[in-house]
Ligand binder design. Sequence first.
Ligand code: FAD
Ligand code: NAI
Length: 475
Amino acid sequence: MSKSFDIIVIGAGPGGYIAAIRAAQLGFQVACIDEWKNAAGGPAPGGTCTNVGCIPSKALLQSSEHYEHATHHFADHGISAKEVKMDVTKMIARKDNVVKQNNDGILYLFKKNKVAFFHGRGSFEGKTDAGFAVKVAGKDNEVLTAKQVIVATGSSARALPGVPFDEEFILSNDGALRMGAVPNKLVLIGSGVIGLEMGSVWRRLGADVTVLEGLPTFLGAVDEQIAKEAKKAFDKQGLRIELGVKVGEIKAGKKGVSVAYTNAKGEAQHLDVDKVVVSIGRVPNTTGLNPEAVGLQLDERGAIVVDADCKTTVPGIWAVGDVVRGPMLAHKAEEEGVAVAERIAGQHGHVDFGLVPWVIYTSPEIAWVGRTEQQLKADGVSYKAGTFPFLANGRARALGDTTGMVKLLADAKTDEILGVHIVGPMASELIAEACVAMAFKASSEDIARICHAHPSLSESTKEAALAVDKRTLNF
Ligand code: FAD
Ligand code: NAI
């Protein structure tokens, strides 16, 4: 006998679990299915983000940054420690505990909101009068039915052709987050977000790190001035980034991996390293979902085809997050999940894709929202730019971290803020002010006239706004 619900959500990553909670808040009977298993085989809701993405990477970035501060920067503050030791096993165990707290938190939220959770793989069986039938293959095989289904099955790491992940020598994000010891030599393929964040973690802990990037430009989607400033900082730290390479044969042996590649000058190169992390983007997850049973259309990348409202080609089935078009970000998945639950309830859920912030949690952090200078030029928009360096900010000096700047781009005629780009300390937190300002269609003059606490890093945003009108006070 099948169990009947108003809404079935497949996947409990940030897109799915948030959609399930919002739908339950709106009064629907909701089931959420997720197959992720913890080490003991139990449920581990939260998806890529919680288990092998946002949360564990930020835990290791924090631990490794503490280590780098203790070994390299404490002395500047007059603090000396005789023997700073690092215990990678403990660091990984702490990270695992942070992950578990998040898994448990989601299970608690499901209970609190009366979302029925099913641990197992969900696959479409077809459509009946009772709605869509979804089979759950888990400890107990069950069939659930509902008139509305939200697919939030996320994404997985993309492998290089002919180089499958073994998670011992050839690592995806999963293996990169649970190495048992610091590798002497590490290669990361792809200098995107994972390449930079994971490269930073293992470099700080002592690995000799090389990042091989296929494109000739560094962080092509980032504002050029900001990317240039970030690259300067990474070069200084010893994070070796080679651009414009063509990766050749990668061969795992008994003790390590050999990586052949051609550099930007066309010269054949070869590296023998302990491990290779492949971070060349991610592919949408539809394996095992049996989308054919209901006629769900996929695009050429394997993503589920949706319109701007996350409606698939099958009425009653919606899809959100990494499994559909758009940036693969947890907060984008969450916003779509909320909007879909509200649309099913007849409300007008809305996601403004132009206001989705990006953050790269390296040191310095890189964060932006809105359009870059190169995009504004390409779009033929006349704009004014204002920048303010952290070097001239009192709080940044007190912190001992003056790398980078805030850059604000405003419409030349209306002064409306069109983009904010930050490289520097706590950029991840500073960007929220820019998101709020842009959501309310603020002008740079608005930010310039708002009282910001002193001393704070956020004064740099105010000063960048003043710089748009060439009237900075502290630079
Ligand atoms: P997912 O989180 O992938 O969740 C999908 C869930 O569905 C999984 O639990 C999966 O097991 C389950 N599932 C799949 N198929 C089925 C099925 N048939 N039946 C049952 N369950 C199924 N984004 C940020 O915004 N900030 C960050 O700092 C950040 N850091 C990241 C770091 C790394 C290393 C990685 C890899 C990603 C990071 N991301 C970050 C991206 C972020 O993790 C994703 O954008 C986000 O997890 C997408 O959410 P989702 O709900 O669409 O999918
Ligand atoms: P990415 O798309 O950020 O970067 C991939 C990089 O690999 C690109 O620079 C690309 O040019 C390069 N590349 C592709 N094929 C290559 C090849 N054959 N040889 C050499 N270089 C090649 O993808 P990444 O880093 O794997 O991360 C996946 C996604 O996960 C991100 O796009 C982001 O959406 C999400 N993420 C978000 C984070 C955050 O918000 N802080 C952190 C980590 C991941």
